[in-house]
Ligand binder design. Sequence first.
Ligand SMILES: [Zn+2]
Ligand SMILES: [Zn+2]
Length: 97
Amino acid sequence: MAWKRIYICKQCGYETEVYEGKGLFGQHITPMTCPECHTVQNIVVGGVIGDVAPSYRTEAGRLCLRCGSDKIKVWNLHTCPKCGGEMKVTNEKEFWT
Ligand SMILES: [Zn+2]
Ligand SMILES: [Zn+2]
């Protein structure tokens, strides 16, 4: 079981989802920010896929799902990647993977 949280930026309205907990295959999803396309990307880490594809085992060396940048960093759950404003949780839901 996992949880999904919706974060919204009060300043520019940018919205992103964050997943907590582990999925069915032992994977977790790490939100990472991309400085190139200014988005939050949900990167799947570990689990069964990590056994077959070692590059999926950690957050290191992962690429932005949108633009392919290798400069993505683990998101701090606060700073809006678009405008640098403060993002807040607006909604929380149970989420099944
Ligand atoms: Zn913003
Ligand atoms: Zn990007």
